[in-house]
Design a protein around this ligand. Structure first.
Ligand SMILES: [Zn+2]
Length: 158
């Protein structure tokens, strides 16, 4: 069984020698094209790692601007094409309703890397990545930091 215990290093292909954790920010289009885990076929080590990276909720450092208590978990996808880093909220349904009420027609997406799958243009995908970097406090794209924020501390072997 494959254990996820650190960043995933590409051994072959276009990004051989690079970490998946960095490539998702540097070449998101490539990562989107690799995504196969959702259809449940060919679930190999790479797809399991990709699933963990895209589906996990990262540790966010920014506080919900509505309640000012919990950390942000959602952002508003404006007109299905844009994001504004200020329009975020926590998982509290009251905060979510408050944010949606002022922006009818727009919808909330989770602050997870899988939300890049919703972007239709490079500009949208990069805007979502910028927001994710901002609310998770990522200043420089670094495999170890991204692994620890999105997947967790490397598992300690007993
Ligand atoms: Zn809140």
């Amino acid at each position: 069984m494959y254990e996820i215990d650190g960043p995933y290093l590409f051994k072959q292909g276009k990004h051989a020698g690079e970490y998946l954790e960095e490539v998702v920010f540097k070449n998101p289009g490539y990562i989107i094209s690799c995504n196969r885990y959702r259809d449940g076929r060919n679930v190999n080590c790479f797809q399991k790692h990709l699933e963990a990276l895209l589906e996990n909720a990262p540790t966010t450092t920014k506080k919900c601007p509505i309640c000012g208590e919990k950390s942000v978990k959602y952002f508003l996808f404006l007109n299905h094409e844009d994001v504004n880093e200020k329009l975020c909220c926590c998982e509290n349904p009251e905060c979510q309703n408050d944010l949606k009420m002022n922006h009818p027609g727009d919808y909330l997406l989770p602050i997870k890397l899988k939300s890049i799958l919703v972007g239709r243009t490079k500009g949208q995908i990069n805007a979502i990545l910028r927001l994710i970097k901002k609310v998770t406090g990522i200043k420089k794209v670094n495999a170890e930091d991204i692994f620890s924020i999105f997947i967790g501390e490397p598992l300690k072997k007993a």
